[in-house]
Design a protein around this ligand. Sequence first.
Ligand SMILES: C[S@@+](CC[C@H](N)C(=O)[O-])C[C@H]1O[C@@H](n2cnc3c(N)ncnc32)[C@H](O)[C@@H]1O
Length: 395
Amino acid sequence: MDLDQFAALRTPEGSAALAAATELAGGDPLTSAAALRSAGVPAGLAATALTQAELRRRAVGKFGPAAAGMFLTRAGLEQATRGPVAARRARRLRDAGVRTLADLGCGLGADALAAARAGIRVYGVEADPVTAALAAANAEAAGLADLFTVECGDATAFDVSRVDGVFCDPARRRAGTGRRIFDPNAYSPPWDFVTGLAERVAYTVVKVAPGLDHALIPAGAEAEWVSVDGDLVEAALWCGGLAEVPRRATLLRGDDVRRLTGAGDREAPVGPVRRFLYDPDPAVVRAHLVAELATELDATLADPDIAYLYADEARPTPFGRCLEITDVLPFSLKRLRALLRERGVGRVEILKRGSALEPEKLRRDLRLSGGAAASLVLTRVADAPTVLIGRPAAA
Ligand SMILES: C[S@@+](CC[C@H](N)C(=O)[O-])C[C@H]1O[C@@H](n2cnc3c(N)ncnc32)[C@H](O)[C@@H]1O
């Protein structure tokens, strides 16, 4: 979408086209376009409205009902923070005393809107003119235009002395191609600017890729990894007055929030495979808090480099799934197939860490049949490829 197309969408005719497109979203695109055109909507406006309606439909998973009033681009939506994650971050900033916040590279405004909803005055800066215009429209649509304003420009030129907090979620995809950037030095704004913010502003938060190398975490910063319903979604660096602990894993499931914290540099003890296996949440693994979880569960690793924990007892924990292990076999397709046949196993879930096997290929090769279910864990024990057979532990 360009600025002219966006302006057309904001006219009364455009709003009517968008409302009609919303009714059609999710259906066959050609049929929907034909329906809009036969209702008198010009072809160009019909295409813009249908794209927007489709993006809003997809955005519901990220923003919930608020998606219905938002203006979106495909790239902006892909990069936007999920509503519950942004809301939590905003509350933490507010609770730390942040009253004015610069969002440097605010995108469509998902984080900025959440901060404004928490009562923080937000100054958004966005380099891309269309994205900046959409962010401003999103502020207006949410009734937050007095708390979240957007200027189109270069974030590196923003005078941060105007605010008591700064948030930066640098672009980690190349403009145009949308390809992911893995080298932080290629982020925009650049990494040295982003990390330098912490020296200039007392309350600085930086959103980073969950795969961030721990060596890049600035000294004294808290690094937090966040998962939603078990999926790792982001990491953030909390700097200056916001840093509370060296490492934190935050697990969100609906309204339930669980936190595990620690130094992030402890090694979990190593022992044998035991009756219960825990598969830690990815936020715990990425935050290097497996040793802290091992202490909580009185558990050990079977391999120092593989993050499965083993224990004699199943303790309820929100920080990982627990399986009861029934068999431990050196990996052999033939033997595994024979054993699963003998037990009438027709359905398996396959977990893996430390194994090069492809679960879907293995599933096909097993040629399963039968009414029973099992969990298979492909891993390494004492450096040998091993398969564990088990079932979810009773709650
Ligand atoms: C990852 S997105 C931000 C997403 C936002 N936090 C959200 O949840 O909606 C990063 C944004 O920074 C913008 N950007 C990149 N470099 C910039 C710069 N130097 N100045 C201002 N904006 C910049 C990009 O255009 C992009 O929209």
